[in-house]
Design a protein around this ligand. Structure first.
Ligand SMILES: [Zn+2]
Length: 363
């Protein structure tokens, strides 16, 4: 991800003697205003900005931080000394620069996002920063620009490097943006399924695991299982499972999940349907089950969903009861590959909704 961010950043400028308190720090080339009254340092880059600009959103963390309105704090004249530097750890200068851009941009620069091809890399940074600092209006605007023309977002993601996909997914998770996360995962999975040569399942698996995206991780293992079942000569006693390029833990998950899922799918196709007390003609129930149980091994999640929907639509107590007893749930399939617990990936999204932090030192 960092290699993606570095290319677009302008070269930093060395600080002059006035900032010798921070040797090695550099001044941002664009967002260092001499009449600024607040200073931030991100990845060794200093940004000198204006509080009243950052506090446009009165509900933002910056508004809380600067405790507006406090007229005496609004302006620090040049020559009165530099404002205290507020460090922002664990973030990139690139993302913070995008936050500055959206606050200081001229109207034409902003409307260009809607009428020309959006700068998705920059909008992702705005989304991330605006969420972190509780700037709801800016966060909403960035996401609206991104999804204004969904085909352009898909096209951007299709052209992304794997590292950029990982960055987009991480920002989606950290920003609790489920819609964006699913858009990234959809395109990434298509790449793994063969739409883009060279997209590595092992990298996507590591990212999904790191971000707690269990559904996405499971979908990748299901795709590998599909290959294992349907592509001849993919594995052999001589080469083992080298084709997949998985690390030992990932290979273990694939093989255990494959075995467990194969076993779990035995019952729905072979087990007899118990007769419900209210059933008046049980022969019909067995025939109906055969009719609705159209399971496609290549698309297990989709099959389970459509079988469940069709079974429940019959309103037949024997079939509905059988569905609940023998048809695996999506969570069961996730657990087959990934182990139990952890709940769903939504938990990861919730956990990353950071509490509101008011003091700069704790940003
Ligand atoms: Zn029946």
């Amino acid at each position: 991800m960092s290699e993606v961010t570095a290319a677009a950043d302008p070269p930093p400028v060395e600080l002059d003697a006035s900032a010798k308190a921070n040797p090695g720090a550099v001044r941002d080339e664009r967002y260092f205003y001499h009449d600024g009254d607040c200073m931030f340092q991100v990845e060794g880059v200093q940004f000198k900005l204006h509080r009243f600009i950052l506090c446009k959103d009165k509900d933002s963390m910056f508004s809380d931080m600067f405790n507006l309105p406090r007229p005496q704090d609004h302006h620090v004249a040049a020559g009165e000394g530099e404002p205290e530097i507020i460090p922002i750890p664990d973030e990139t200068a690139r993302d913070f620069r995008a936050l500055c851009w959206v606050h200081y941009a001229m109207p034409g620069e902003l409307t260009a996002q809607a009428i020309r091809t959006p700068d998705f890399g920059k909008l992702l940074s705005v989304l991330r920063m605006a969420h972190k600092f509780d700037m709801r209006e800016f966060e909403k605007w960035a996401w609206e620009m991104m999804k204004l023309r969904p085909t352009l977002l898909d096209k951007y993601l299709e052209g992304c490097s794997e590292a950029a996909l990982a960055r987009a997914l991480e920002i989606a998770v950290k920003s609790a943006n489920q819609e964006l996360a699913e858009a990234v995962e959809k395109i990434w999975l298509l790449g793994i399924q063969g739409s883009r040569p060279g997209v590595r399942s092992t990298y996507a698996l590591a990212t999904a695991e790191h971000l707690g995206r269990r559904r996405f991780e499971t979908c990748i293992y299901l795709e590998l299982r599909r290959q294992l079942r349907s592509v001849p000569h993919l594995v052999s006693p001589a080469r083992g499972f080298a084709h997949f390029g998985l690390d030992p833990e990932q290979l273990q998950k694939l093989l255990v999940g494959h075995a467990m899922l194969s076993n779990m799918l035995q019952s729905p196709s072979t087990a007899p349907i118990p007769k419900a007390a209210t059933c008046r003609g049980h022969n019909f129930c067995s025939g109906k089950w055969v009719e609705i149980y159209k399971f496609n091994e290549n698309e297990p999640l989709k099959s389970i969903s459509s079988i469940r929907t069709a079974g429940q639509a019959t309103g037949n107590p024997c079939i509905v009861g059988h569905l609940n007893n023998v048809l695996p749930k999506v969570e069961d399939i996730e657990s087959a590959f990934l182990g139990p617990g952890m709940l769903a990936s939504q938990l990861a999204l919730d956990a990353r909704r950071s509490p509101r932090v008011l003091h700069p030192a704790t940003i």
